[in-house]
Ligand binder design. Structure first.
Ligand code: ADP
Ligand code: ZN
Length: 788
């Protein structure tokens, strides 16, 4: 009997019989297989998770037979399956959901074909053909499988690779307003990045086919394979993307000390985790690379992970220049499914040590024995995935080094409060680097109270504008952080005062001037602008507030006319390679000012920046999240860290309406230790993590379902009753901070307890109280990083 976890809905683990048409020795744990599901002859891909003898099958139960293996040797090793099981238990999902969430698409398909050699011409047999055969016919192919005369053909993704569609031009696009299909295609690519033609036709309908061709002819989009040898992030860029990390440094004393300590941990008899707490610019990357060298020398593999793709790309370049002859695998969510599949397969077969660089999803690559995993910028919330398969990369990483007795190294200038607490509890070792490597010094930070700023002046205070102008006039560079994209976050109807809102989420729509659209930042809903006011049918809107687009426009008005300004946000970086090009151009001093969202606060190195401006320091402070202050502190210190990284001294100006907030005194001197001491006391008093285990249970149901509220109420009763019994504090239900999202009403419960098991018990009971097929969706988020 084979226990098989399905890689697509219903994601269950089901029992199948080993079929008569194949020898029993064909089946192995960790192997991908194709199985029938239900009565309609549907096929599903699955993974064999265990093989048991048939005595465990209940009397009278007739199992369906597993149809065919999708490979001869199992893709996944036994330890890998153990990790999957642990993740499933931790987040209370099925193993199929975990596997379905982490395997590249091409490895989850049941649409496979076999090439069969039976003497004459090879013939191709699809899985659905086999499903229709008689047992005798299958046995014929089964015998050929045994004699190695059948091979599994790769899935269809290779063809897709030849026809990748990507944008070549930023909005506004010169397309007639009546060319609806073309606009639809452009908007879609802008939203989703690069997609294959097949996927485009599937998502938008075959009616867009001619629009695709027209746009390609007009040079607005490109359809074709990725260029050979081009960097995967910069894609259409043939030049090398930039790397400021040279080879051949001698380690500075602090780097050497950290290095020596971590080497010891890496070679210890038991798995370890450690924190490299080094200020921005202290040269953490060099330490990672030297540790990687040591691991490789000992025949062990290394994983270097960054929270986002541009930083991962920078790490990859550093790795390639430090280890020119070492094989390095790069893996991230921007890559096509085919590429990811290829890397996954290659690594599944590999036994020689190697380096893997990537974003959080790289953590699930089946790698040879891991001696070291590095999570750079470990405080970054991107290490938690909270849509689809929920996981915290730090936990998974620790799990993986535990299996191979390796070292998990977390690096940051502003560590996660939880990580720092673990250091204080001596669960995690720490090395500190307090000096900037090279010439850089930490910048001088000042606060600017903008409480009395008039709206007509825009978002920048006169003093701030003056400093920006002076810096530019000196020929130095400025970065300006405004964590709000678009032109204007609120659109008021001038005639009736009504605010334009998303019909699915009820949040205000953001005006994007370049695209001439109003956009919902939560669900992606968009309408062309100008729109008719839904209340008074007027057409006049007053844009309120300022996003990056408007700030860019505003700066152009107040700075010397030849000043070049670049903008870095989600909208300006949707085209493949665009983010890297903006960062390159700024690093090469082709522009004096870089305006952007939190994207620009992360890890980038610009030696000529002498002024960093935080346009709205309070933006994150008022979010309904116990980590709001921590987030703000981290963001601002990281943003400040972009200034003064070269030989000239740097300054940082933070504009705030709330100068009394406790966060500022520490931001000013980048005093992480001070901030930590204050913050941890607040959390202790108010019973927040790390002093308690916290989870969110979210419920949502369609807006038009009138039974929803009743159900939420009865679930609260279930939770309360069990909460008393198991010592779990249940707060709620309360409407979620975003009470309506994507056409569904949302509620949540906050659970606090000393034990994850108790929290899981509650969730389990609540989930069981909801009937199968109900319109109510329930999900568990353990240690949430996103409270919205
Ligand atoms: P961090 O990641 O800690 O902010 P980086 O690793 O980006 O810092 O390094 C900051 C700068 O210092 C880089 O330009 C790097 O080349 C330089 N640097 C690092 N280590 C040394 C060293 N030992 N000697 C000289 N320069 C160094
Ligand atoms: Zn919306």
């Amino acid at each position: 009997m084979l226990a098989i976890s399905l890689l697509s809905p219903p994601y269950a683990t089901l029992s199948y019989a080993a079929p008569a048409w194949l020898d029993d020795s064909v089946w192995k744990c960790g192997q991908r297989v194709v199985v029938p599901l239900g009565k309609g002859g549907m096929l599903r891909a699955g993974i064999v998770v265990s093989i048991d003898d048939d005595s465990s099958v209940k009397k009278g139960v007739v199992l369906k037979a597993c149809l065919w293996p999708a490979e001869r040797e199992p893709l996944l090793r036994p330890e890998y399956l153990v990790m999957v099981k642990q993740l499933a238990l931790r987040h209370m999902v099925t193993e199929g959901e975990v596997l379905g969430g982490l395997l590249p698409a091409g490895l989850r398909t049941s649409k496979l074909r076999l090439r069969v050699l039976d003497g004459g011409r090879p013939r191709t047999v699809a899985m659905r053909d086999i499903a229709k055969m008689t047992d005798a016919e299958r046995s014929v192919i089964g015998a050929l499988w045994a004699s190695n005369d059948v091979e599994v053909l790769d899935s269809t993704f290779d063809a897709d690779e030849q026809e990748l569609c990507s944008l070549l031009v930023d909005p506004p696009w010169s397309v007639r307003p009546s060319a609806k299909r073309q606009i639809e295609v452009l908007e879609y690519l802008h939203e989703k990045g690069m997609l294959s033609r097949t996927r485009m036709l599937k998502d938008l309908g075959s009616g867009i086919s001619s629009a695709l061709n027209t746009l390609a002819e007009r040079g607005l989009i490109r359809i074709g394979s990725r260029e050979e040898g081009a960097c995967e992030v910069c894609q259409d860029e043939s030049s090398e993307c930039f790397s400021d990390i040279d080879e051949g440094f001698t380690l500075l004393p602090e780097q050497q000390a950290a290095h020596d300590e971590f080497i010891q941990l890496m070679h210890a008899a038991s798995p370890k985790s450690a924190l490299l707490y080094g200020i921005t610019g202290s040269g953490k990357t060099v330490v990672y690379l030297e540790l990687a060298a040591e691991a490789l020398a000992k025949g062990r593999s290394v994983m270097l992970l960054a929270p986002e793709v541009a930083l991962a790309c920078r790490l990859e370049n550093a790795v390639r220049s430090r280890f020119p002859s070492q094989e390095c695998f790069f893996y991230n969510g921007y890559q096509s499914p085919a590429e990811r599949e290829k890397t996954f397969r290659t690594l599944a077969d590999r036994t020689a040590p190697c380096i893997i660089v990537g974003t959080r999803s790289a953590l699930f690559l089946p790698s040879p024995e891991l001696g070291l995993i590095v999570l750079d910028e470990e405080h970054d919330t991107s290490f938690k995935q909270d849509e689809g398969l929920v996981y915290q990369a730090k936990e998974v990483a620790y799990y993986r080094v535990q299996q191979s007795n390796g070292l998990l190294l977390l690096g940051s200038a502003t560590p996660d409060v939880k990580t720092f607490h673990a250091v204080k509890q001596q669960a995690v070792s720490m090395s500190v680097m307090k000096e900037r490597a090279g010439e850089g010094r930490l910048p001088e930070v000042s606060l600017l109270n903008i409480k009395n700023l008039k709206r007509a002046d825009g978002i920048l205070a006169p003093e701030c504008k003056k400093q920006i102008r002076e810096t530019v006039e000196r020929g130095e560079q400025v970065v300006i952080l405004l964590n709000r994209r678009g032109y204007s976050p609120l659109m008021y109807c001038l005639d009736c005062g009504h605010v334009a809102r998303c019909p699915h989420c009820e949040v205000g729509l953001t005006y994007h001037k370049e695209r001439e659209r109003l956009l919902c930042h939560y669900c992606g809903y968009s309408v062309p602008y100008p729109v008719v006011c839904s209340k008074c049918k007027g057409l006049h809107y007053l844009p309120m507030g300022e996003g990056t687009e408007k700030l860019e426009e505003h700066l152009a008005e107040i700075l010397p006319p030849d000043t070049k300004i670049l903008r870095l946000d989600r909208d300006s970086t949707r085209r493949p390679g665009k983010m890297q090009r903006i960062l390159d151009a700024f690093a090469n001093q082709e522009a004096q000012v870089l305006v952007g969202t939190q994207m620009l606060s992360k890890g980038h190195h610009f030696p000529n920046v002498t002024l960093a401006v935080v346009a709205d320091g309070d933006l994150g402070l008022n979010l309904p999240d116990y980590r709001a202050a921590e987030r703000t502190f981290q963001l601002l210190v990281q943003a400040s860290g972009r200034s003064g990284r070269g030989e000239k001294a740097g300054r940082v100006l933070i504009q705030t309406r709330d100068p009394e907030h406790y966060c500022w005194q520490f931001v000013g001197s980048a005093d992480y230790d001070g901030f930590y001491a204050e913050e941890i006391e607040r959390r202790r008093k108010r019973k927040y993590p790390p002093f308690v285990k916290l989870a969110l249970i979210r419920a949502s149901y369609p807006l038009d379902w009138n039974k929803g509220m009743e159900w939420v109420g009865s679930l609260t009763e279930v939770a309360r009753a069990l909460g008393k019994e198991h010592d779990v504090r249940v707060l709620g239900h309360t409407p979620s901070p975003l009470p309506i999202l994507r056409g569904r009403k949302r509620f949540q419960w906050t659970l606090k307890s000393d034990s994850w098991i108790s929290i899981r018990t509650l969730y389990y009971a609540m989930r069981n109280a909801v009937p199968r097929g109900s319109k109510l969706r329930l999900s568990l988020d353990i240690d949430p990083v996103n409270m919205l």
